[in-house]
Every structure is written in structure tokens, then in C-alpha cells.
Design a binder for this molecule. Structure first.
Ligand code: NAP
Length: 396
């Protein structure tokens, strides 16, 4: 892991947020708004949400806003014409915004669409708070090598990886035996298996503990999210696949754990609110106030744990197998899953098709090199092409 020495904190700290209009992006800006004078926003980016991005720009006064969809350019430019804020559009503009010098960058674009901008941010030598797990799943080897080469500090935002980061002894790495990722089990943890064929996007989006964007909510329902996190943990903490365990913990209070050679297990706990891990990365290496509800264990009473069931959550098995196979397989897994989730949300695929699409794509597409961004994007595109051939999926 590219864990650099703590740097002197300049005030105000210059920050950029990639995917600022999403769930993680908005939580990040909420923390920034609560700390006037501490942060100065350099760049904000979005995909198509012109109104949301324009409102954020008016409030936080970044130097630049970039919107990925070029057809949104004129509306955004007109909405900010009296502000002096630079407006840019198109995927290249998002990458350029990510490349602007900053002290801290939040990578919160969803999906492999975040790969090029997140990689650009990783080449900056700043602090990179990474929520965009698909970037690591798709290009983990390349991403971690580039971050290390440029002296960039990578701080995990995903609550599980942030928890591990907080209790992982980087100096005493040899004494770490395993890491244990906790998982809520999502909305279908106890649903009768014969009902799963008929569950709807609305049911799948209703996560019991976390309020998140649509893609990660569906991934949580299938537990592909935990599979992606398993792969993410492998790259972030350089842990071998068998040493990363997954444990269902319905209350989402223990965010994850690290097991040591003497039998000690260290955990990080908190109420489920993404502002806590985001605040940890924003203030690192210090800590700052975050408004999450305080943990009251007596009120909660019971914390429970159980092993995941591969019959209910086959996505977890696929992710383990892909990680054993190598980075090419995880690129394919991620791309096929993105196609499948989109098809499910748009009513073109059933819930159980999601895993079937990923499994079929992994069988058909040959692994290929993932040494450069061009390699990864080519393999990603091929996996998407194949996934879209799955019966019923075509027509996006
Ligand atoms: N939400 C959580 O609590 C949570 C927790 C842990 C990890 N994560 C991870 O954090 C990432 C973001 O999740 P989220 O829930 O915040 O997602 P989200 O609410 O769907 O927001 C995604 C953001 O990415 C932008 N975006 C989407 N497609 C894009 C494209 N093609 N090019 C450029 N920008 C694009 C969106 O812009 P528009 O608004 O314009 O569409 C939005 O700003 C994901 O990788 C997720 O797995 C999320």
C-alpha cells in the first residue's frame, strides 16, 4: 500500500471531488460545509446531473466543474455564467479536472467510468480517498503500482476497508494473519430462496442499514458488493485471497476486523453513516468531528454474526474464483456485473440473471493483459460486449 508519511496540512486544504453529486460525494460536501475555512474546493465532477452540480458549484465555489456527458455542457455553462467558475464537459474534461493539483481528492464516481479519472488522481502525488471500488477491481495491479510510483497516499473510504485501515498494523505486517470483512447480508439475507427469482429492483434497492447509490445497493443485495470488496481488500492491503474472510453481521456496527498472530482480533465500530469513514480520510492523519449518531451498544444489545451461504450469494464465490485467477478475471467480473446490474434496474434482466450474466461472461471471455489503462479498457469493453449478448439484456 502506498502509505506515505503524514504531510504538513495546509490551510485551507485544497480538495477535489470526483462524483460530487452522488451519495458519497454529497456526504463529503456535507462534511466540508460543516467546517468553513478548512477546505477549499478545487474541482467537482458529475455525469449528467446538471442541476445538482450547478447548485454545489454555487455553494462551494470550485475553480472548475466538469460534467462527463458533453450534451450537458451548454446548460451547465449557462447555469454558472455569472460565477466565473470554469465549466468543462466530456470524459476527457473529467480526467483533466482529476489531474488538477490538489491536496486531497475523493474518488467517488461509480463503476469503471471512474477508472481513468481515478488513475489520473492517483498520478498526482496527493492524498487519494478511494470510494470507487470498481477501479481497484478492474485495474488493481496497475492502480496500486501507479499510486506507489507517484508517492500518492491511498486512503480507503469503503466503511469496511476504512475500518481495516484504522486497525491494520502496517509496521507489524508479519503478525497479521487475516482480515475479516463484515457484510450486512442486504435486503435478501432471510428471503426464502424460491422468492429470489421474483424480487424487484425496488425491493433490491431497499438496503436495511445504509442509504447508498443504486449500483452499490444492488451489489449489496446480491453480495457482489462483498465480492468486489474482497478484491479491493486484496489490492489495498496486499492480503492473499484465503486470508480474507467474510462474515455476515446484520447490524452493520462492526465495520471489519484484523486478526493477529497472537489470536487478538482488532475491530472498528460505529453507527452506519458514511460520514465517519469519509471524515477519517478528510482529516487524516488527524481526526475531525463527524455528525454520525453516536454508538450506544447497550441500546443495540446484541451483535450477531454468521457465515455467508454461497447458495444464497453465489456472487461471492465468483469473486473469490476471479481473484484467484488474476486481474484479468476481476476486470471481466466487474464489467459484466455493471452490465447486469444496469439491465436489472432497467427491467431487462431478472435478479438471478445478474450472477448468471457474470458467470457466463467469465466463461466466454479470455483473460488478457491488464498492464496499462488501454489493456484494461479493452478487456472491460470486450466483457461488456459479451455480457450484453445474454438473452434479454440487449437493448440498453
Ligand atoms: N454510497 C455509499 O454509501 C458507498 C459506500 C461505500 C462505497 N461506495 C462506492 O463509492 C462509489 C460511489 O457510490 P455512490 O453510492 O456515491 O454512487 P452514486 O450515488 O450513484 O453516485 C455516483 C457519482 O458518479 C457520477 N457518475 C456516474 N457515472 C459517471 C460517468 N460515466 N462519468 C463520470 N461520472 C459518473 C455520478 O454523476 P451523476 O449524479 O451526474 O449521475 C455521481 O456523481 C461506488 O464505487 C460505490 O461502490 C459507496
Amino acid at each position: 500500500m502506498a502509505l506515505a508519511e503524514p504531510r504538513p496540512v495546509t490551510a485551507p486544504r485544497r480538495v477535489s471531488i470526483l462524483g460530487s453529486t452522488g451519495s458519497v460525494g454529497c456526504s463529503t460536501l456535507d462534511l466540508i460545509a460543516r467546517n468553513p475555512g478548512v477546505f477549499q474546493v478545487e474541482a467537482l465532477t458529475a455525469h449528467r446531473n446538471v442541476a445538482g452540480l450547478a447548485a454545489q458549484a454555487r455553494k462551494f465555489r470550485p475553480a472548475i466543474v466538469a460534467i462527463a456527458d458533453p450534451s450537458c455542457y451548454e446548460t451547465l455553462r449557462d447555469a454558472l455564467s455569472d460565477t466565473g467558475i470554469e465549466v468543462a464537459a466530456g470524459p476527457k474534461a473529467v480526467v483533466e479536472a482529476a489531474s488538477r493539483p490538489a491536496d486531497w481528492v475523493m474518488a467517488a464516481i461509480v463503476g469503471a467510468a471512474g477508472l481513468a479519472p481515478t488513475l489520473a488522481a492517483a498520478r498526482q502525488g496527493a492524498i487519494l480517498a478511494i470510494a470507487n471500488k470498481e477501479c481497484l477491481v478492474s485495474a488493481g495491479d496497475l492502480f496500486m503500482a501507479e499510486a506507489a510510483r507517484h508517492g500518492t497516499t491511498v486512503l480507503p473510504v469503503d466503511s469496511e476497508h476504512n475500518a481495516i485501515f484504522q486497525v491494520f498494523d502496517f509496521e507489524g505486517r508479519d503478525a497479521i494473519e487475516r482480515i475479516i470483512l463484515t457484510a450486512s447480508g442486504g435486503p435478501f439475507r432471510d428471503t426464502p430462496l424460491d422468492r429470489l427469482a421474483h424480487v424487484t429492483p425496488t425491493e433490491a434497492l431497499a438496503h436495511p442499514n445504509w442509504d447508498m447509490g443504486a449500483k452499490v445497493s444492488i451489489d449489496s443485495a446480491t453480495m457482489m458488493n462483498k465480492g468486489l470488496e474482497l478484491i479491493e481488500a486484496h489490492y489495498l492491503f496486499d492480503m492473499a485471497e484465503p486470508d480474507i474472510e467474510v462474515l455476515i453481521h446484520p447490524q452493520s456496527i462492526v465495520h471489519s476486523m484484523v486478526g493477529y498472530a497472537d489470536g487478538s482480533v482488532l475491530a472498528q465500530l460505529g453507527t452506519p453513516d458514511m460520514r465517519t469513514p469519509i471524515a477519517y480520510t478528510l482529516a487524516w492523519p488527524e481526526r475531525m468531528d463527524a455528525p454520525a449518531e453516536r454508538l450506544d451498544l447497550a441500546k443495540i444489545g446484541t451483535l450477531s454474526f454468521q457465515n455467508p451461504d454461497f447458495d444464497r450469494f453465489p456472487a461471492l464465490r465468483l469473486a473469490r474464483e476471479a481473484l484467484q485467477t488474476g486481474n484479468g478475471a476481476t476486470t471481466i467480473l466487474n464489467a459484466a456485473n455493471e452490465v447486469a446490474v444496469k439491465a436489472f434496474l432497467e427491467g431487462r434482466a431478472k435478479y438471478l440473471d445478474i450472477v448468471a450474466i457474470v458467470e457466463t461472461t467469465l466463461e466466454i471471455v479470455d483473460q488478457a493483459r491488464t498492464a496499462s489503462l488501454a489493456d484494461v479498457l479493452a478487456l472491460d469493453a470486450e466483457a461488456r460486449r459479451v455480457a450484453e449478448q445474454y438473452p434479454g439484456v440487449r437493448g440498453a
